[in-house]
Design a protein around this ligand. Sequence first.
Ligand code: GLN
Length: 236
Amino acid sequence: MCRHAAWLGAPRPAATLIHEPEHGLHTQSYAPRRQRHGTVNADGFGMGWYDPARAEPVRYRRSIPIWADANLPALAQVARSGCLLAAVRCATTGMPVEESATAPFTDGLWLLSHNGRVAREAVRDLADDAESACDSAWLAAAVFQRLRTGLDLGQSVAEVVVKAGARDPGARLNLLACDGASLAATVWGDTLFHRPAEDGLLVASEPLDDLPGWQAVPERSLLLAGSSGGVCVQPL
Ligand code: GLN
């Protein structure tokens, strides 16, 4: 399982998900505390953020361990946005280790990450094509395809997770997606937490620190958050 995290609220640097918290994604890459599958997330990492200079998000991803990128700490301090998504990857056996298999995946305004695994046969016909043979890339392509037809973020991730989960009962399908103004996350086989802050909301596979307020999101549910600040959790 990989680990992912997102922020929605007042602009913050990506370092607030990665380097600044005691158990941010940098620490979670080698010492996750709640990870159920895999022990080290060293097969790549990525982050995505929204900048007024661009219509689409900026996405930075590498297929090396996050601690091996000496340029990242400075970049993460200036990658500032009201909507951030970042992830560290532990590749599932048999999946390629390459940049195109690494989250966040992106298309238009959307960014998406996946914690888990799914049989590729269960997702291959949910999308026309994907940028990598990695199961997560196929899930991302399936969600983006639905978003392009006009379904909203929550509907798109929910439909893909429920369909893939029905076809592969052993699948683990924690998705985290955002569009710059809202985010949607599923819990299907792995952990997910959220923590409201005064100026926004943190969502993460596991708590980024030991501050009070982290709440576990129940299994088989969909978390939705918008810029109005509210968070809604509904069953899948
Ligand atoms: N199956 C995906 C991959 O190989 C995600 C892996 C994970 O969550 N550890 O990248």
